[in-house]
Structures are given as C-alpha cells and as structure tokens.
Design a protein around this ligand. Sequence first.
Ligand code: SF4
Ligand code: SF4
Ligand code: SF4
Length: 247
Amino acid sequence: MKPGVGIFGFTGCAGCQLEILNLEDILLDLPSVVDIINFRMAKSENLDGPLDISFVEGSIMKYQVGELKKIRKNSKILVAIGSCACYGGVQYLQNFIEKPWKIVYNDKKMKYASPDTKSLSSYVKVDYSLPGCPIDKEEFVDFLKSVLLGRKPKMKSYPICVECKLRENDCLLEKGTICLGPVTVAGCNSKCPNNNYACEGCRGPVEEANISSQAELMKEKGIDPVDLIRRFRMFTSGAKEFQEAKA
Ligand code: SF4
Ligand code: SF4
Ligand code: SF4
C-alpha cells in the first residue's frame, strides 16, 4: 500500500501548490511512490481521506475552520506549507492597519469573506511547517523523501546567512543593503542573496532570532523607523518574534 497524500489550499494565492506542480523532473514519478488522494488543483476526482500526509496551504478564515478540522481528523501527519499557512501570510497584515476592512468594504455584509484570517496552528495541531512565500520545492521533496523512508524530517534551525556564506556570496549588509538573512530561517538556499537581492524574511524567524540586534543593525544602516517595522512584517506578520521588532 502506498501512503495516501492530500494537498489542500485555503486562503492564499495557490503559489505553494503551484510550486508542487512545478516539480517537472519528478512530478510524474510521484504517483509511483504515493497515492494522491486529494489535490483539487491537479485532479478532478478527489476523495476525503483517510490520509497519511496532508499538505495544507493558505491561512484560515472562520468559515474554513470546519473543513480544516476535518482534514486534521483524517490525517496522520499534517504539514503547513507556505507562510500563509505557517504565519497567516501577507493577509494577516490587516491586523496592524486601522479599520482596513471598513475602508475597502464599508458596512457591506459578505457571506464568506471576513477580516479574520489566521495560521493553521491557531485552530489545529500542525506536525511540521514548510514556510516560504512560496515554499521551496526542493525542501518539499526532501521532506517527502524523509517521511516516505520513515525518517523524522530535519527542520532547519539556522539562518539564511549560513546558506549564503556557504555559497560565498558577498554580504549585502556589508554593502549597506538591509537584509533579513540573519534572523530568517534557512531552507531556500539563500535564493534572494544569491541573485543580489536582500532577504525579505519570507520564511519567518529562525529559532532564537536576535530581533533587537537586527533592528539595531538596520537603524545603523539608516532605515526609517516605520520602514523597519514594515520590513519585519511583510510576509510573516503573524510571527510573534517579528512582531516584537521595535523601531
Ligand atoms: S505563502 Fe505565498 S505563495 Fe504560498 S499561498 Fe501564501 S501568498 Fe501564495
Ligand atoms: S547577504 Fe544577507 S543572507 Fe547573505 S550573509 Fe549577508 S546578511 Fe546574511
Ligand atoms: S532569501 Fe529570504 S526572502 Fe528570499 S526566498 Fe529565502 S527566505 Fe524568502
């Protein structure tokens, strides 16, 4: 019996599911090692479970909680994929803007949409998190391989700077560019600094991130106080560590 897998999407842009579909080299091999039971973005016939592994993308709005709980109940392992699922994503920013819902929609009542959207772990137990906006497809494959081989997947506990240094990139911070690599968890192989772009922190905080020291460094580089807070909150404003950044 092959393990049963489900890939689900809630409130997000579907970019993380798309990254899985972008696994061109191995996509056609996946059905030989797993039984893809539910993947609405890729299949027309989908079943509700039971599932060995569920990969869940997107943040959760109130009307979606029941469906998420059903997936949790049907799954042995539940994995949050992408920063929307792990931290609430860009849409969580509305919690920090005064009355954004009212400004856009005024008092209009809508059946499904609501200003309240949260990470998966606000409602159910999450076994593993693969952050990023979008996820890193190689990290997804490594994760799946570990589970299929019966190994406990190793989650990264070091920052992007480690990956960046291993590639011998010139440090952007030293050149005066604000980079969140020191406080962001590794796993994307320092994708942005490799291409001369600063890390924007899309994977969220690394364990024991020294946020105050990073903020001091940013101030030394002359960042505007409002911009400092915005940088920490761009992709993962639901992460407590990044919320603690002070200008
Ligand atoms: S984490 Fe980014 S890519 Fe993934 S669903 Fe959310 S917005 Fe889209
Ligand atoms: S460029 Fe960014 S990620 Fe790379 S070493 Fe410098 S601070 Fe770290
Ligand atoms: S370098 Fe930073 S912003 Fe770029 S993909 Fe990696 S974590 Fe995200």
